[in-house]
Design a protein around this ligand. Sequence first.
Ligand code: URP
Ligand code: ZN
Ligand code: ZN
Ligand code: ZN
Length: 465
Amino acid sequence: TRHDLVIRDGLIVTAADSYRADIGISAGRIAAIGTGLSGAESIDAAGLWVLPGGVDAHVHLSQPTSDGTVMADDFESGTRAAAAGGTTTVLPFALQARGQSLREAVAAYHREAEGKCHVDVSFHMIVTDPTPQVLGQELPALVREGYRSFKVFMTYDDLMLNDRELLEVFDVARRENALVMVHAEGHDAIRFMTEKLEAAGKTAPYFHARAHSAIAEREATHRALAHAELVDVPIVIVHVSGRAPLDEIRAARRRGHRVHAETCPQYLVLTENDLKGLNMDFEGAKYVCSPPPRDTESQQAVWEGLADGSFDIFSSDHAPFRFQGPAHTGKDNPRARTSFKWVPNGLPGVETRLVILFSEGVSKGRITPERFVALTATNPARLYGLYPRKGSIVVGGDADLVLWDPGVRRTIRQQDLHHGSDYTPYEGMDVTGWPVRTLLRGRTVMQDGQVMNRPGDGIYLDRTG
Ligand code: URP
Ligand code: ZN
Ligand code: ZN
Ligand code: ZN
């Protein structure tokens, strides 16, 4: 058979193994893997690695914030950045505002994404208002319609659930077979510390890291896991920043409880010292996210967790803001200058997720190539119901592929990125390995840094299967 396209002589890397072969693509799917395949067109991948397109399971796009700050990426720029970085599937959030029906929230994000996406998209929900109507009707119905995962927050005034509400949503998840992603930071401990710090005049961005302590993260992780065990439902602890919360997860697993763990690039290569900026100045706001990056010992603990299988998935937690204006778009705003507590939380990272883990992990020998693929594509696809269509290189799967140059040396520069932020927290970082071409369902969407498909070519992925 003559395929539409053959990718020749690349080193195919999956979560299980690596081997040299051709990939035959027809009608957007992987039709054959073998040698000497014939195709109407071909791409020479000799010297390159062929990886499954990245699956980024934690991305915030066009999400409103409590103080009206507008995110720097909508579905167009955010998915363009994803494609540029080698990611072909993203899972952003449909945020329920308090008082809003969950169904209306989901519909609003569909409208927002329509016609804009460069890569494929599916949605998690964020449940902030678990009324009897939401718990009894909307949430079960939406889960059955393919919105099989949702996030809940244990902090943030406008988002958080109390313990009783957590238990109620966990119970719905157990009945409906949905997966709950938990933002585990203890609200009262954060508020208490914030007020103490402010009273002492400690208002610079750095003190965000003191207020959002590792202890508050550990405590909330423990509490979320205790409640999940009580209800007997598997959950995902997202954006784990260091050893203490990871040890809580390991302890729950030793008791026989099923729990999944996610970490992110910022916990590998940043520390709280980055929040100090130059001299405790406002530059530190560029690194304000929650949980904040910790210290080098925490980085080490996260690396151990990535290597030993404690972490299932590696996501960006892309939550992009500009540093400087225009009005209502910047981390640097007059109120944020008065206290760290007003700095919009989050970092841009969808475009740099793969290069950071590849360079610091694979190139430096901390994780194997196969583990890299498992963490960045296969496991998130499995966890969120997209496998085997997404996340691997298998006959029958979508031809979402990245041609990766494993040896090229590059420096991460804002000027080369495609996201909507006006900075990258990783500016000046030297990396080895870079994506040179991204294919989405057999079509090239990025080559040599140019994103060439049209907004709207990315499709919505129904997870009813
Ligand atoms: O600071 C962060 N991570 N903001 C994004 C929202 C979240 O909590 O993941
Ligand atoms: Zn979160
Ligand atoms: Zn798991
Ligand atoms: Zn997030």
